[in-house]
Design a protein around this ligand. Structure first.
Ligand SMILES: Nc1ncnc2c1ncn2[C@@H]1O[C@H](COP(=O)(O)OP(=O)(O)OP(=O)(O)O)[C@@H](O)[C@H]1O
Ligand SMILES: [Mg+2]
Length: 252
């Protein structure tokens, strides 16, 4: 499946008012942050995309792929579905070692497994605090580690060109390097995030309000400058976070 473009046509907000744009387009390599208060419709937006909504959901949005209505087979056949959604509730049920699982997956996608396994683990470990190694059993991974592995797997090995992440707790670690890997792989990635750094690192920022997309922002040059400073401060905070986690006493 060669995705050249994902288009979201506007729908209505919770009050029934039309969203204030006609459509917006997302291209391979684009990263999109979805921000907004609790209950503002963030999950509904990613669900619309996952379900390839055709004005048949409460939001009345319409999703096109490559300017066309996606064939119904996309929704039915997982191997054809170009979209993968990872949420807090996503879990593995495989009694395999991490490397066995990744090799099997790479093999099924006719990829060279050596490179794929190490690259997937590299990305996984950028996304998770506690390291995942190839000889660990999938069943001993924590919820956060599992999701980090699933995200990395779907980006490096998975065939889905569109990856949706809804409030995964690791989104906070989805920082600069991880974002660059996503861009290099040419995937489209949309994620619900509360982390200002992640939001500013994205190309596009969708601001949700009352069930509708209230703003579509593109990270400006000015924001890119501000982002540098914010990242520096964020790194400082994460160093402190790690030290607190390790049980150190913090003093300046
Ligand atoms: N455009 C809309 N029209 C009608 N109902 C909507 C619309 N958008 C969202 N809703 C409804 O509003 C409720 C909250 O939406 P949703 O779960 O998407 O919010 P959220 O931003 O993901 O919230 P949280 O931050 O708590 O996860 C849901 O019941 C959803 O069906
Ligand atoms: Mg939600």
């Amino acid at each position: 499946m060669n995705i050249k473009k994902l288009t979201v046509f506007s729908g209505i907000d919770k009050s029934g008012n039309p969203e204030k744009f006609k459509k917006f387009e997302i291209f391979p390599g684009n990263t999109v942050a979805i921000v907004g208060p609790t209950g503002s419709g963030k999950t509904s937006l990613v669900t619309d995309i996952e379900m390839l909504a055709q004005k048949d959901t409460v939001t009345r949005r319409k999703i096109l792929i490559n300017n066309k209505i996606p064939p119904f087979s996309y929704r039915q056949d997982p191997s054809k579905n170009p979209i993968v959604l990872i949420t807090q509730h996503t879990n593995f049920l495989a009694d395999l070692r991490v490397d066995e699982f990744l090799k099997l997956h790479a093999l099924s996608r006719k990829m060279k497994s050596r490179g794929a396994v190490s690259k997937t683990l590299m990305l996984t470990n950028k996304l998770t605090g506690e390291k995942v190694t190839e000889n660990m059993k999938m069943t001993v991974l924590s919820g956060g580690q599992t999701r980090a592995l699933m995200i990395a797997d779907s980006i490096v090995i998975g065939n889905a060109p569109i990856v949706l992440l809804d409030e995964i707790e690791n989104a906070g670690i989805f920082k600069k390097e991880a974002m660059e890997m996503v861009r290099e792989e040419g995937k489209i990635i949309l994620f619900v995030t509360h982390d200002p750094v992640v939001a500013l690192l994205c190309d596009i920022r969708l601001v949700m309000k009352n069930g509708g997309i209230a703003k579509i922002l593109r990270t400006s040059e000015r924001e890119k400058k501000a982002r540098k400073k914010i990242i520096e401060q964020d790194i400082m905070i994460s160093v402190i976070r790690e030290r607190v986690r390790r049980g150190e006493i913090i003093k300046f």
